[in-house]
Design a protein around this ligand. Structure first.
Ligand SMILES: CCCCCCCC(=O)SCCNC(=O)CCNC(=O)[C@H](O)C(C)(C)COP(=O)(O)OP(=O)(O)OC[C@H]1O[C@@H](n2cnc3c(N)ncnc32)[C@H](O)[C@@H]1OP(=O)(O)O
Length: 215
């Protein structure tokens, strides 16, 4: 399947790529929040737009074809950098830094106004997005990666924007199917729960070397 690339990027090259693109990605996240909350006048937004257009012109000078994909280095860390949840080059991603423990994965993160659904609350699709990633990471961390077959989400109460924690763990595996559960909590407790089945796709079952993770 295309999009899963193996390369020989060194740790140093990977860090150079991160240092080159992470700041502009973080600035774009800040920009998204400002698009929503800025109260400057029309002349000021017109001036800001000119600067943005200049930035777009510079960045457009050299653009790769297609999305980023999932890049495995033989020498350094894997780069899921275009991923919508954890991608360090994706301004749409909050991004989450997911910690892998022996029996579960977790992440402390902040959601800005860019993720709003109901007033002051996280959009339900965003919660599902985050839980999909966390449950998928739990499956991968347990050595049984797969693509989401089914994800069931239960919204127990509104999830406030701001500081949150997501956690997930594998409940059981049945052959190439991994059943995972997880939740998103605020300081008061659980807001959203999810359970999902992650399936090693048929095409990967026949590979000599199976992917460590799917995005
Ligand atoms: C670390 C990285 C974390 C990444 C987290 C993010 C993960 C994602 O978001 S992945 C993107 C969203 N998911 C997708 O795009 C998946 C699209 N669907 C597919 O590719 C396929 O339908 C897939 C892989 C789920 C199953 O297809 P295939 O490999 O052909 O399975 P197939 O051989 O037909 O069925 C295998 C078994 O799974 C079951 N199954 C198939 N589809 C599903 C499903 N949707 N839900 C539950 N079970 C299913 C079948 O019943 C069968 O069970 P059994 O062996 O007991 O009869």
């Amino acid at each position: 399947m295309s999009g899963y690339q193996v390369d020989d990027a060194t740790v140093e090259e990977i860090e150079t790529e991160r240092a080159t693109y992470e700041p502009i990605t973080e600035a774009t996240r800040r920009l998204a929040d400002l698009c929503i909350r800025s109260q400057v006048d029309a002349a000021s937004t017109a001036r800001a737009l000119e600067h943005l257009q200049a930035a777009i012109d510079v960045l457009s000078q050299d653009v790769a074809e297609g999305p980023y994909g999932l890049r495995h280095s033989r020498q350094g860390p894997t780069r899921p950098w275009g991923n919508a949840v954890v991608g360090v080059r994706n301004p749409v991603a909050p991004p989450l830094k997911v910690v892998h423990e022996t029996d579960h994965v977790w992440s402390d993160f902040e959601l800005s106004s860019a993720y709003e659904g109901p007033p002051s609350l996280v959009h339900g699709g965003v919660s599902a997005l985050i839980l999909d990633q966390l449950l998928g990471e739990a499956a991968a961390a347990a050595g049984s990666p797969g693509m989401t077959g089914t994800l069931t989400v239960r919204y127990r109460r509104g999830t406030p924007l701001g500081a949150l924690r997501a956690e997930a763990r594998v409940e059981r595996t049945e052959g190439y199917k991994t059943f995972a559960v997880g939740q998103i909590c605020d300081a008061e407790g659980v807001c959203v729960e999810a359970e999902g089945v992650f399936i090693l796709p048929r095409w990967a079952r026949s590979e000599q070397e199976q992917p460590e993770r799917f995005e």
